[in-house]
Design a protein around this ligand. Structure first.
Ligand code: ADP
Ligand code: MG
Length: 255
């Protein structure tokens, strides 16, 4: 791969004395969806959080479109922390959607989507609301702009959370089990929004337990097990036969 969106090199992450990610090497393709699957506790969220620099790798580096995120490393493996301003600049290109929608309950859908455009990006109210409306339209909720979160279904709230992240015009979107807290009948609308983004060519890293979705949307599937990348390949190679014994076992548990 010539120019990956994200290049993770020899990354490990410890919480106190416990190492939870071990020596991860991973490239995320630009303009495509990569899905990360794996058992609970295998380190999926931690890896995603490292990609957004919400968790800091203990060793190793992450480059985002060729720009170091957080640390640079010299030839001898010595890391140097970058100044906060440079870290912020790279992080600004990364949007993240979590299992919990975390919408502001006292703000309408449009308020939620446009707030950071005013406070963080310094847009005028008018500009922020225009851009916010455009993003609500994109995810099919323009007609709910003046609804408060409590007046929206879980699926609609998560779509608003996606629009809120998109409004900041990220180059990369990270999704951590975005449908995990939704009732089954509401997951489809959120997965459809993600599918639409993928076909628009958005670079996405998607942690999901929706195996069928991972098999159909992703250019690449990464199977994380006990903090290591066990399998990394096209959906066909990861899910097709012959199959890694650990993958068989995982599928038995989750399907
Ligand atoms: P997954 O998302 O695959 O379920 P996580 O990345 O959440 O896995 O967790 C991986 C491991 O790291 C687990 O053993 C978890 O208990 C541990 N862990 C995650 N976050 C923290 C934290 N902030 N402090 C200590 N341990 C953590
Ligand atoms: Mg998790």
């Amino acid at each position: 791969m010539i120019n990956p969106a994200i290049a993770v090199r020899r990354l490990s992450k410890s919480f106190g004395p416990v190492e939870v990610l071990h020596d991860i090497d991973l490239e995320i393709a630009a303009g495509a969806a990569t899905c990360i699957i794996g058992p609970s506790g295998s380190g999926k969220s931690t890896l995603l959080r490292c990609m957004a620099f919400l968790d800091e790798p203990t060793h190793g580096t992450i480059d985002v479109f060729g720009e170091p995120l957080g640390f640079t490393e010299d030839g001898a493996g010595k890391r140097t922390r970058l100044p906060a301003q440079r870290i912020r600049a790279v992080r600004a290109g990364i949007g993240m959607v979590f299992q919990q929608f975390n919408l502001w309950p006292h703000m309408t859908a449009l308020g939620n989507v446009s707030e950071a455009l005013k406070t963080v990006r310094g847009l005028t109210k008018r500009e922020a609301e225009d851009r916010g409306m455009a993003q609500l339209s994109r995810i099919g909720l323009a007609n709910r702009a003046d609804h408060y979160p409590s007046q929206l279904s879980g699926g609609q709230q998560q779509r608003v959370a996606i629009a809120r992240a998109l409004a900041l015009e990220p180059k990369i979107m990270l999704f951590d089990e975005a449908t995990a807290s939704l009732d089954p009948e509401l997951t489809g609308e959120v997965l459809n929004v993600m599918r639409q983004l993928a076909s628009d060519g958005m670079t996405m890293v998607i942690v999901t337990h929706e195996i069928g979705f991972a098999a159909s949307i992703g250019k690449k599937v990464v199977f994380l097990d006990k903090g290591r990348v066990l399998i990394d390949g096209s959906p066909q190679t990861v899910f097709g036969k012959p199959r890694h014994a650990r993958m068989d076992q995982f599928l038995d548990t989750y399907l």
